[in-house]
Design a protein around this ligand. Structure first.
Ligand SMILES: [Zn+2]
Length: 131
């Protein structure tokens, strides 16, 4: 994946002399800073958050497909980082103003309680006194 700037990209193979392009430079992974722990990490492992406006209210959404436009921020998909971000007021800072993060919280909540299907729940009602 590379961007060819010239509109008249001549596809003549004669120019291929070094074959440097085929080596695949792996060090070119974009780095982003987590707004929670503020550590840099590969863009691929971070969760993209984007600000959306709904009826004049700004809210943060989890942009899982990374296709939404708008002001974005990055966060590790870890509850610890979310907590840190909240604690540090990273959201209003990253999005330049007050934003609702209900959507993000919901996303993290869904992460936590992974659906266990029809698992056997061995939750027993309190049966009074033990013998
Ligand atoms: Zn983090």
């Amino acid at each position: 994946m590379y961007k060819a700037g010239s509109p008249s990209a001549s596809r003549s193979p004669a120019a291929a002399s070094g074959a440097a392009r085929e080596t695949g430079d792996r060090t070119h992974v974009p780095q982003r800073t987590c707004i929670g722990c503020r550590k840099k990490d590969d863009q691929a492992v971070l969760l993209r958050l984007v600000r959306v406006s709904m009826e004049g209210v700004n809210a943060v959404r989890v942009d899982q497909d990374r296709r939404m436009s708008g002001r974005g921020a990055w966060l590790h998909p870890e509850l610890a980082c979310l907590r840190l971000a909240v604690k540090r007021s990273a959201f209003p800072r990253a999005f330049r103003g007050a934003v609702g993060i209900t959507d993000v919280e919901r996303w993290f909540k869904a992460l936590e309680d992974v659906p266990t299907g029809n698992g056997f729940k061995t939750v027993q009602p309190e049966s009074g006194s033990e013998i």
